[in-house]
Write a protein that binds this ligand. Sequence first.
Ligand code: FAD
Ligand code: FES
Ligand code: MG
Length: 287
Amino acid sequence: MSHKIVSKKQLSEDVFTAEIEAPLVAQAREPGQFVIISLNNEYAERIPLTIAGVNVQEGTISLIWQRVGKTTAELSDLQPGDEIANVAGPLGNPTELENFGTVVCVGGGIGLAPLLPIAEALKAIGNRIISIVGARNKGLIILEEEFARTSDELIITTDDGSYGRKALVTEPLKELCQADPKPDKVFAIGPAIMMKFCCDVTKECDVPTEVSLNTIMIDGTGMCGGCRIEFDGHPKFVCVDGPEFDGHKVNFDLMMKRLSAYKSMEQKEHERFKDHRCKTAKTKYQK
Ligand code: FAD
Ligand code: FES
Ligand code: MG
């Protein structure tokens, strides 16, 4: 069964969102879960993307992705009416939703996409939400309106000061965690290095912290081992044991090493794709 792209929008220079027909996934999905998609049946790799939202009546799911390499660039080239060959899911464990009290939701860059449905679900059951929305620069801030709607307090940071406060997300996080009363819970989603430093801050202040890990995934069913991490000294698979974990027990240094294992090959493929795209008006994957 192919999955038609119903609508598509560009959110910033390299960030896109689309609604995709996937009625069974839409019915079953809970916040925190993701899908693994492949663009065609022949040569496509499989990539995981968080389900950012669903419309059960329309039978669609929405995805938000950042164009970082070959597959996300190919996906960005598709238009409404085009089809995605495979959408497998919903995968992973849903977020454990509880009324914690005051929750700080920290999102960096594309991590804001998986964070939004979690913040919305936490708000809906009565938590007070303080969101810290961060990116390298103004152009990379996404979903500001949506976070403003969901949050009791919204703090925006950019690394270069082009918008909001000139700071890394860890600065306001540290201030909140050192205040009295401190937050009851933190959710941090973004690049591995950001989650690592957020966890350093919250560990020092003894604030429980959940992270959603973005390891390399292939099958998404616990069979290939691609998404293996070290958690509390033991191996865990992000696809079936996660994607959310107690951030204070994750070995981020090992995770970052594994994430960069294929960097040179990924770079080469992306260059080859860009070159091919320049020479042809449409890729072989498009109609
Ligand atoms: P490449 O050039 O192939 O790779 C760029 C980088 O992306 C790599 O260095 C690696 O860190 C990562 N990556 C590459 N292949 C994979 C793979 N098969 N699985 C996971 N990571 C990979 N990104 C979004 O933009 N939006 C999301 O909502 C989102 N949700 C995610 C949810 C989960 C559970 C996980 C594990 C990842 C999620 N990602 C999300 C990351 C996304 O899967 C990668 O950006 C994408 O796979 C990159 O593919 P590429 O071919 O374009 O880039
Ligand atoms: Fe293969 Fe998790 S993606 S074990
Ligand atoms: Mg790739």
